[in-house]
Design a protein around this ligand. Structure first.
Ligand code: FAS
Ligand code: PHB
Length: 389
């Protein structure tokens, strides 16, 4: 088959890119390795930046988000001194939207179905061919039959473990990485959220986060050693540890219940440069990973889609190649800004096993600055709601 843009990966970045391009008459084919049910079974991000909210509305798939999503005008930080609020509205006149990535992906699939976009599931052995040529193509296998997609451009939206980044030769790509000495044990429970807004806790026993998906679905995390396995933790052990780390005014009234999802995610910061190789463009987790502390992973995928969709629309609409030629540099500037913020928020809120007493005092001073200095809170708010596109 032939198309204009072949998109590898049917997660949020691939689907959002496909939706935005199709709405401008640009033909796409999405190749997704897994089934739709499998993709929709993953529990991931929960906070959408203002930029992503705008993109979803532009893509015509924000109706349910605007009804069921929860705008949040602030979040809370808890330290040994107590809890204080970062007031996004008063500091930067912005808010974020609390609405799960699973629901975003569900809405994107529904929007793609409505416009009859081509999304091929269970596409195995996807391989990229001749990305440096003027006639790149992609092959895949489905039901034991090999298929070929000839295209003008390829968007690698296939996540950290996908095939796209590996297609860029090791001598060409440069990778930057920091692996953190702990993970996040997360649970989803059909309980009322412990607080109206998110609570990020820095506790001597480790980090904890109280988040939510709706008025009846809560999402919680505690920092755990990398050696921990999810089977080491019963639900009761999790609730007890979470109660120890959250501030008393949040922990005491907290409703507990059985976990409906429980998993441990490792934390890393990772960037691949460049994000393009000939007619192949990397998008989202295929190019970068952030620790989830700053709620940036999904949102960075959205800003990549913003830049690439506009570049391709300008090219197909007016023959303007400028966006295509500068995509990597443009996307990386915002990526490194969010990479820094996610690293900073992780450094300030977690307990590091190898931290010296001096390191600990510096961390406490950083948190005290946030509590006492408005400009420090404003800088955090500006980054948390999302740097401009
Ligand atoms: P995705 O990984 O979502 O999607 C890639 C798609 O490509 C997948 O559907 C995959 O099946 C498919 N694929 C892979 N290889 C392929 C191949 N060879 N051929 C065809 N298809 C292929 N971010 C936050 O902001 N907040 C969070 O709390 C948060 N929690 C997370 C928890 C976990 C366990 C993980 C793994 C990530 C978390 N993230 C979080 C980050 C996450 O939300 C990503 O940033 C987001 O999914 C990025 O979207 P995509 O770039 O579309 O990649
Ligand atoms: C979540 O709700 O899953 C979530 C929210 C904020 C974060 C990380 C995860 O920083």
């Amino acid at each position: 088959m032939r198309t204009q843009v072949c998109i590898i990966g049917g997660g949020p970045s691939g689907l959002l890119l496909s939706q935005l391009l199709n709405l401008k008459g640009i033909e796409t084919v999405v190749l997704e390795r897994k089934s739709r049910d499998y993709v929709l079974g993953r529990i991931r991000a929960g906070v959408l930046e203002r930029g992503m909210v705008g993109l979803l509305r532009e893509a015509g798939c924000a109706e349910r988000m605007d009804i069921e999503g929860h705008p949040h005008e602030g979040c809370n930080l808890s330290t040994q001194h107590g809890m204080f609020r970062i007031d996004f509205k008063s500091l930067v006149n912005e808010e974020v939207m609390v609405y799960g990535q699973t629901e975003v992906t569900r809405d994107l699939y529904a929007a793609q179905d409505r416009i009859g976009a081509t999304v091929i599931h269970d596409a195995a052995d996807v391989a990229i061919h001749d990305p440096k040529s003027d006639a790149p193509y992609v092959t895949y296998r489905k039901d034991g039959v090999e298929h070929r997609v000839d295209c003008d451009y390829i968007a690698g939206c296939d996540g950290f473990h996908g095939v796209s980044r590996q297609t860029i030769p090791t001598g060409v790509r440069q990778e930057f990485e920091r692996v953190y000495p702990f993970g996040w044990l997360g649970i989803l429970s059909e309980t009322a959220p412990a607080a109206e807004e998110l609570v990020y806790a820095n506790h001597p026993r480790g980090f904890a986060l109280a988040s939510m998906r709706s008025a009846t679905l809560s999402r919680y995390y505690v920092q755990v050693p990398l050696s921990d396995k999810v089977e080491d933790w019963t639900d009761q052990m999790f609730w007890d540890e979470l109660r120890r780390r959250l501030p008393a005014e949040v922990a005491e009234p907290m409703q507990t219940g059985p976990s409906i999802e429980k998993s441990i995610a490792p934390l890393r910061s990772f960037v691949c440069e460049p994000m393009q190789f000939g007619r192949l463009f990397l998008v989202g987790d295929a190019a970068h990973i952030v620790p989830p502390t700053g709620a940036k992973g999904l949102n960075l995928a959205a800003s990549d889609v913003h830049y690439l969709s506009r570049a391709l629309i300008a090219f197909y609409g007016a023959g303007d190649r400028q966006g295509i030629e500068t995509y990597s540099a443009t996307a990386l500037k915002r990526i490194w800004g969010a990479m820094r913020f996610s690293w900073w928020m992780t450094s300030v809120l977690h307990r590091f096993p190898e931290a010296s007493e001096f390191d600990q005092k510096i961390q406490e001073s950083e948190l005290l600055q946030l509590e006492e200095v408005e400009s420090a809170r404003r800088t955090m708010a500006l980054n948390y709601v999302g740097l401009p596109y």
